[in-house]
Design a protein around this ligand. Structure first.
Ligand code: BGC
Length: 806
């Protein structure tokens, strides 16, 4: 039995994000203390097994055997050597049992994420429960900017996968939050590729230390849900490279995820799963990816093109026996394609070898795990800690927060009862419980029981249970209660402070809308805020809003209240984590990994999202990414658009001084593509309570040939918990590859000559930060890319982009 041990943890908060050396994958065979073997070791094993397998057996591994739902069936004839089905798994990879040849590879089990392991909490043929920990959603985790913590979450989720018999975790989701209305943004990390890439690498490091493959997804540009299986996203090669691919590149180069999932959408005219320039030239030849590639479920329109492109595994495969539909039996289709010569032995063997190599690393074939008894209590603690570190204190006038626990809180809003741990769809997790905000607050404060009982009764009477559009989650919705101004005045007279919870769900399969009840507040919500604010302020009392939301909403009401805690979707420990932050038992240290604009109309893709119906058939089919590289803060900052809360922003109950910002070294001129710029700054806790600070490094680069966003995030770091008056010096490394921009005309990543301004800053608002500078004498070509890869379709040119303006 192979024992998987985590590699030494090299994620140091004192060392900021860098492209090399920060996150070491489990691919290091020369560490004699580790039994973890590198990819080459398993590849050699796979090759010797493949040599004993017939082409038919190899081909059988390339098509999933289906999955078990009310409408889908596992093709039991095709799923060879399955050790045991896991109820609620998203799919399988067929194994091989050929006793004559001595081949015994167990089928692998695939289960969703990213907020935990999505499996069924009960099993048809097995007693007991199989609950998984509901961790905070991706956006909240990213707001912690804490890579060690993300690694811990990855390890805890990986451990649950291992103990529940899951080999491949279909997570993390790491698409760029291009537009706030993308229905799956909550699963994703950030509008910035460095944050997304670093988080995905840390999660990968954690999960794979348990012997469970991560499957980074969705490669690439799955940035909206509307007609997601067919929409053609037209994106310039530069924007693809600098924004949409860059996080994937980071995760691949730093953590070597064992699996990657292509996306549903097309890019520049072709399904991503069918583009060999994407999954072979860019991913493997340029970035050195060693893992396997699987399709998203039912993606694309040509399995033969997928396999030929280097998309090794087609999921879920199988046949739709249960509902009698004739969804193409991909296995039969690929078998005939082989007979017809459309797919060669060499492609089949290459794809099968890649799949087998990764299967051999994972838990089932390693014979580890499977206790069905992970330490859910320990993981609940990690979930809570992650929730507390990721929530963002957006506003805190007159030190309204923290609230003294002797105070009586008037808690408004159905969200205190209908607390949302996460979004819906494949990203949902069946956790044993969710602590509601009302429950969490009641443990630490006195709640006005009349008011909370009112909300409990209102919720019971008005809740509506539905199944989400993806068909996997039960969604409970409940309109906001319309509490009268008179009643509110009574609570204001009786209670010490008001806390209003606003909730917003979101899920797979549909995009959000810029309407009341979604991005905008409803009239009832707006009135609730105004009436509570008026009544409590008349009494000289404060009002705090808790946002239990999937993503960005309108915040134009913010001046009416005294405090705002952005809780996002915090996982199963929601209520306790929120109460800890409101009481000061924990000090907020999260910062935004996405911008809150002043108005949705300010979003650079506001007019193009979700695309156009170019053939007037009633369905959006083409989505022009006209804002090009100007996504998120890259746009707001470059075009001087005021925002409600900038990227990187977040308050604390203490304050921090930044001092001694300096360029410690710069080896760009001497070492070229291998050069690194190192910066340092000392952060001092200048306030009265202990806390952590996230410091960010933004670079303003010279423009010689290429126009660039005014600033771009190039490194970040988070301090340890600093006691009052304590200091910590953070070191930030910016390798050449992270600094470079993409020159699409030359197919090169380059660093242009000139003076670079570096802002070591508490947020992307660098207006009051003094830059330190470094310079580059001559242009540096950091790497050369595949000519013609990912080209725009005929008739569209780069000049058609960057149509955003001030
Ligand atoms: C989603 C994937 C998910 C898969 C399996 C698809 O609809 O896009 O993210 O992993 O289903 O459930």
């Amino acid at each position: 039995m192979m024992i998987f041990k985590p590699k030494i943890n090299v994620l140091s908060v004192a060392v900021a994000v860098a492209l090399t050396g920060i996150i070491v994958g489990c691919n290091d065979s020369d560490d004699s203390s580790s039994t973890v073997k590198d990819n080459a070791y398993y590849k050699a094993q796979a090759e010797s097994l493949i040599a004993k397998m017939s082409i038919a057996e190899q081909l059988n591994m390339l098509i999933g055997p289906g999955y078990d739902t009310s409408t889908w069936t596992i093709n039991t004839a095709a799923v060879a050597n399955l050790n045991g089905a896991v109820d609620g798994a998203a799919g399988y990879i067929s194994g091989v049992l050929n006793t004559d040849e001595g081949v015994d590879v167990a089928a692998a089990v695939l289960a969703d994420g990213p907020a935990g392991i999505r499996i069924s909490p009960t099993r048809d043929d097995e007693a007991g429960t199989f609950y998984a920990t509901g961790f905070p959603v991706g956006t909240l985790l990213a707001s912690s900017w804490n890579l060690e913590l993300a690694q811990e979450v990855g390890a805890a989720a990986g451990n649950e996968a291992k103990e529940y018999g899951v080999d491949f975790w279909l997570a993390p989701g790491m698409n760029i939050q291009r537009n706030p209305l993308n229905g799956r943004n909550f699963e994703y990390y950030s509008e910035d590729p460095l944050v997304a890439g670093a988080m995905a690498a840390a999660i990968t490091e954690g999960s794979q230390s348990e012997g469970v493959a991560t499957t980074i997804k969705h490669f690439v540009a799955n940035n909206s849900e509307t007609n997601r299986m067919n929409v053609d996203n037209i994106i310039s090669p530069r924007a693809l490279r600098e924004i949409y691919l860059r996080g994937f590149q980071y995760a691949v180069e730093n953590a070597q995820p064992w699996a990657l999932m292509t996306s549903y959408n097309k890019v520049n005219g072709t399904y991503t799963s069918q583009r060999s320039d994407l999954v072979t030239s860019v991913l493997r030849d340029e970035w050195g990816y060693e893992g396997m590639v699987m399709s998203d479920w039912f993606a694309g329109d040509d399995p033969v093109a997928q396999l030929n492109a280097g998309n090794d595994l087609i999921q879920p495969g199988g046949v739709n026996f249960a509902n009698g539909s004739d969804y193409t039996d991909y296995l039969t289709r690929v078998q005939s394609a082989y007979t017809n010569g459309e797919i060669t032995d060499s492609v089949i063997t290459t794809d099968a070898t890649r799949i087998l190599t990764q299967m051999l690393k994972t838990t089932t074939n390693q014979g580890v795990g499977g206790s069905n008894n992970p330490d859910l209590n320990a993981h609940a603690e990690i979930s809570k800690q992650a929730a507390e570190e990721g929530m963002v204190l957006l506003k805190n006038s007159d030190s309204t927060l923290p609230i003294d626990t002797s105070k009586t809180i008037a808690s408004f809003g159905v969200g205190q009862i209908n607390t949302l741990k996460g979004g819906t769809g494949s990203g949902d997790v069946h956790s044993a419980y969710v602590t509601t905000i009302a429950e969490g607050l009641a443990k630490q404060f006195t709640l006005d029981s009349t008011l909370t009982s009112y909300y409990e009764a209102f919720y019971e009477a008005n809740k509506v249970e539905t199944t989400d559009s993806f068909g996997v989650s039960t969604v409970v919705t409940c309109d906001e209660a319309d509490v009268s101004a008179t009643d509110i005045a009574t609570y204001a007279a009786n209670d010490d402070i008001a806390v209003i919870t606003l909730g917003r769900n979101s899920g797979e399969g549909t995009d959000r809308t810029n309407t009341a009840g979604d991005y905008q507040l409803t009239e009832v919500e707006t009135n609730l805020i105004s009436n509570v604010a008026t009544a409590f302020h008349n009494e000289g009392k404060k009002v705090v809003v808790v946002l239990n939301i999937a993503g960005v909403i309108d915040t134009s009401w913010k001046d009416e209240v005294d405090g705002i805690l952005l809780a996002y979707m915090p996982g199963q420990e929601a209520g306790d984590a929120i109460a800890d932050l409101l009481s000061g038992a924990a000090n907020p240290s999260g910062k935004l990994a996405q911008t809150f604009p002043e108005s949705y109309d300010d979003v650079p893709s506001a007019t193009t999202f979700t695309g156009e119906d170019t053939d007037s058939d009633g369905t959006v089919d083409t989505n022009y990414y006209n804002e090009d590289i100007y996504v998120g803060y890259r746009y707001y900052d470059s075009f001087n658009k005021a925002v409600s809360y900038p990227f990187g922003f977040g308050l604390s109950y203490t304050s921090f001084d930044y001092s001694g910002a300096a360029v410690a070294s710069n080896t760009l001129d001497s070492d070229g593509a291998k050069g690194v710029v190192t910066l340092t700054a000392t952060i001092t806790n200048s306030g009265a309570v202990a806390g952590k600070e996230v410091a960010q490094v933004y670079i303003n680069a010279p423009e010689v040939k290429l126009k660039k966003p005014t600033i771009e995030l190039k490194a970040f770091g988070k301090t340890d918990e600093l006691d009052p008056a304590a200091s910590q010096t953070l070191t930030f490394s910016i390798p050449a590859a992270v600094l470079a921009s993409f020159d699409a005309d030359e197919n090169e990543w380059i660093i242009e000559p000139g003076t670079y301004n570096a802002y070591i800053s508490p947020s992307s608002d660098v207006s009051s930060v003094t830059a330190v500078t470094f310079s580059v004498a001559d242009e540096i070509v950091v790497s050369t890319t595949t000519a013609g890869a990912l080209a725009l379709p005929d008739g569209v040119s780069a000049a058609d982009f960057v149509t955003v303006s001030e």
